[in-house]
Design a protein around this ligand. Structure first.
Ligand SMILES: *Cc1c(COP(=O)(O)O)cnc(C)c1O
Length: 454
């Protein structure tokens, strides 16, 4: 197939994710045909190379075409590629479960497997509610979620979502939630200053709890980074205090680490920065270094034990599962990924890279359209504004992010914007020189679209 045939058939047959399909009539919006990957680079059909600045939808951590991982896949496929997880088990799943629990220092005790981030959230929500039922609190059927939150695209996950563009139209199909403020420090909903912030935005959670805690099963958050809502970042103390509120009002803390887990924030899970342990933790994106769909929902003995009884009446079983639950190929890759992280001494390995991003981000600060620069571990974001002093945002139709994306492609990086943010969420193996190169490309793309002379 030549390039034009591929694009024609793609356009004709494929309904693309998050894409207004008619916009693809414009040649500028045609997808890039990727034929290869190596390390942090993707290569298109014409041989152009791009830095994978978004880690192939936030999943890739060890680079493309990693030889060790490719080998594990081959070996595992020759043993057993897939088997029903009802009634059967397999070594990759058992090994992984034990390893991940050990890595949480046994503060979480049990693993439920599924195959993508959204389903790990569905598992968490159902588990939390059924736990309340089993404890004799079937009236605790509501969840608190935050504005600007994103937990996936299945209906339960959409119910707890808070990004209007993605979620609004489905509202009539969803269950009710109670929505609290977003801890959006740059645009603080309480009008507080960073320097004197006492997490006032948490008051909106406590207000809800004061009058409704008896009907609330739990609260779900994206720890430290509300990623798909616009790379919104907030301090660990928010989570520490939130955990206290959850205990005080007897609700569960569901921690959606689909994006932040697996060392993305510098630690295995972001909650560790807050010195607490949530009741339920979801993780997915980095689990298999970006090679296989795989996800987990971790929980405590307290929750697990509520289900661990003779199921005399038939409702003490967790009725949930997916065809590819604990997919052996993915579990084998996840084990190898953990092994590689261990050998790399991953937390130490990431420190100089995080510091390099921090240093390189500074060059953006002087640009008049850069409103905010934020970073949490291996996630960095630059929020663009029309006016720095009023923080007036660019309108979606103005497409500043998209124009920068197009310039970025010409310069050799995939800078897929997140609302008005340019962000870097690269594979961990990016070198310090490549961090400089990537941020230089982004700065050049920015100034081509929004000119600024020093
Ligand atoms: C991406 C994401 C999800 C959904 O994961 P999928 O694998 O795309 O279904 C859920 N929660 C968060 C925080 C995410 O970033």
């Amino acid at each position: 197939m030549n390039k034009q045939e591929i694009l024609d058939d793609d356009f004709k047959y494929i309904w693309r994710p998050f894409t207004p399909m008619k916009s693809l009539e414009n040649p500028e919006n045609k997808p890039i045909i990727i034929t290869k990957g190596k390390g942090i680079y993707l290569e298109d059909i014409d041989g152009n190379k791009y830095i994978d600045s978004v880690s192939s939808w936030w999943t890739n951590t060890l680079g493309h075409a990693n030889e060790r991982i490719n080998k594990v896949i081959t070996n595992q496929i020759n043993d057993i590629e897939h088997v029903i997880f009802g009634g059967c088990t397999h070594i990759p799943a058992v090994k992984f479960a034990k390893n991940i629990i050990n890595l949480t220092n046994n503060s979480l005790k049990h693993v439920f497997f599924s195959d993508n981030g959204s389903t790990s959230v569905e598992v968490a929500l159902k588990m939390a509610y059924q736990y309340q039922v089993l404890k004799g609190h079937s009236e605790k059927r509501k969840f608190i979620a935050l504005k600007n939150s994103y937990h996936g695209d299945t209906l339960g996950a959409v119910s707890v979502g808070g990004v209007n563009m993605y979620h609004k139209v489905y509202k009539p199909l969803l269950f009710d939630i109670m929505q609290a403020e977003s801890p959006y420090c740059y645009r603080c909903p309480m009008n507080c200053k960073k320097e004197t912030c006492d997490t006032e935005c948490l008051n909106s959670v406590e207000e809800i709890l004061k009058s409704n805690s008896k009907e609330i099963a739990g609260i779900i958050i994206e720890p430290l980074v509300q990623a798909a809502g616009g790379m919104i970042m907030y301090p660990p103390k928010y989570i520490t205090k939130l955990k206290h509120l959850c205990t005080k009002y007897n609700i569960l803390l569901i921690d959606d680490e689909v994006a932040t887990g697996m060392y993305r924030t510098g630690k295995l899970f972001a909650y560790e920065h807050a010195g607490i342990v949530p009741d339920i933790v979801c993780s997915a994106k980095g689990l298999t270094a970006g090679y296989m769909p795989f996800s987990i929902t971790l929980t405590t003995d307290e929750i697990y034990n509520a289900f661990y009884v003779d199921d005399t009446d038939g409702y003490r079983t967790f009725y949930h599962g997916h065809t590819f639950t604990a997919y052996p190929l993915a579990a084998a890759v996840a084990n190898e990924t953990l092994e590689i992280y261990k050998e790399m001494n991953i937390e130490e390995y990431l420190k100089p890279k995080i510091a390099k991003f921090k240093q390189e981000l500074e060059k953006f600060r002087k640009h008049p359209n850069v409103g905010d620069i934020r970073q949490t571990g291996m996630i960095s974001a630059i929020e663009l504004v029309k006016n720095k002093s009023t923080k007036e945002p660019f309108k979606y139709e103005e497409g500043a992010g998209k124009k920068i994306y197009i310039e970025g492609l010409k310069l050799g990086a995939i800078l897929r914007p997140m609302w008005n943010c340019i962000y870097f969420l690269t594979p961990y193996i990016i070198t310090e020189e490549e961090i400089k190169k990537l941020t230089d490309i982004a700065y050049e793309a920015l100034t081509r679209v929004l000119p600024y002379k020093e």
